[in-house]
Design a protein. Structure first.
Lengths: 114, 115
């Protein structure tokens, strides 16, 4: 069964600190992995996307890594800000987007305190 | 910021009412999607469309129906709402370029509460 598991379920950190969110998946065959940020009451917004051959991708203070062998990904947030408070969702596609389906994790709820 | 819009943002209605959730995008995307999301849970695909007059059911069974008469518009209808339909409904669209890395752009969502 294709699954995407994220940990931790929730995380609280102080402003300015770094954190790392984890994503493990069993989706096969693998096409690509995305990290989305979803603010409360809003739709998800794409942060990074990685294909099989990519093992790291950065977007400002966000850095995603991918180990396709162990089927694990992480999202590292550097120097957190209050606006980083959101749910971070890992999404895996099993084929090219024309035919492939997306498998969503339940997200990690990040809260940044001042 | 993606040019995809959903109305209403919040809706509270009584059981048995017919409702339509609106979704429109101005990016000219061929592919559009409807997802259902409960608090703390993953998104579930309930409907998708690859173009005008094309609609398909998603992974999660839903009593809702959709139509795609115009490229930019993808409304979702519930003929008779029930409390079990209470959820957040997210609309998304993507380009049909066929690239593996096509990204879905999401609307802000409609939070539906059926009393």
């Amino acid at each position: 069964k294709n699954q995407v598991e994220q940990s931790p379920q929730s995380l609280i950190i102080l402003e300015g600190k770094n954190c790392t969110l984890q994503c493990n998946y069993t989706v096969s065959p693998f096409s690509n992995l995305r990290w989305y940020k979803q603010d409360t009451g809003r739709g998800p917004v794409s942060l990074t996307i990685m294909t099989f051959s990519e093992n790291t991708k950065s977007n400002g203070r966000y850095t995603a890594t991918l180990d396709a062998d162990t089927k694990q990904s992480s999202l590292h947030i550097t120097a957190s800000q209050l606006s980083d408070s959101a749910s971070y969702i890992c999404v895996v596609s099993d084929r090219g987007s024309t035919l492939g389906r997306l498998y969503f994790g339940r997200g990690t709820q990040l809260t940044v305190w001042p | 910021e993606a040019d995809i819009y959903q109305t209403p943002r919040y809706l509270v209605i009584g059981t048995g009412k017919k409702i339509t959730l609106e979704c429109s995008q101005t990016m000219g995307h061929d592919k559009m999607y409807w997802y259902q999301q409960d608090p703390g849970m993953e998104l579930h695909l309930i409907h998708y469309s690859y173009g005008v007059n094309s609609t398909e059911k998603g992974d999660l069974s839903s009593e809702s129906t959709v139509s795609r008469i115009r490229t930019e518009h993808f409304p979702l209808t519930l003929e008779s709402a029930r409390p079990s339909h209470t959820s957040q409904y997210l609309c998304a669209s993507s380009d049909s370029g066929g690239r593996d890395t096509d990204t879905q752009y999401f609307g802000p969502g409609t939070r539906l509460t059926v009393l």
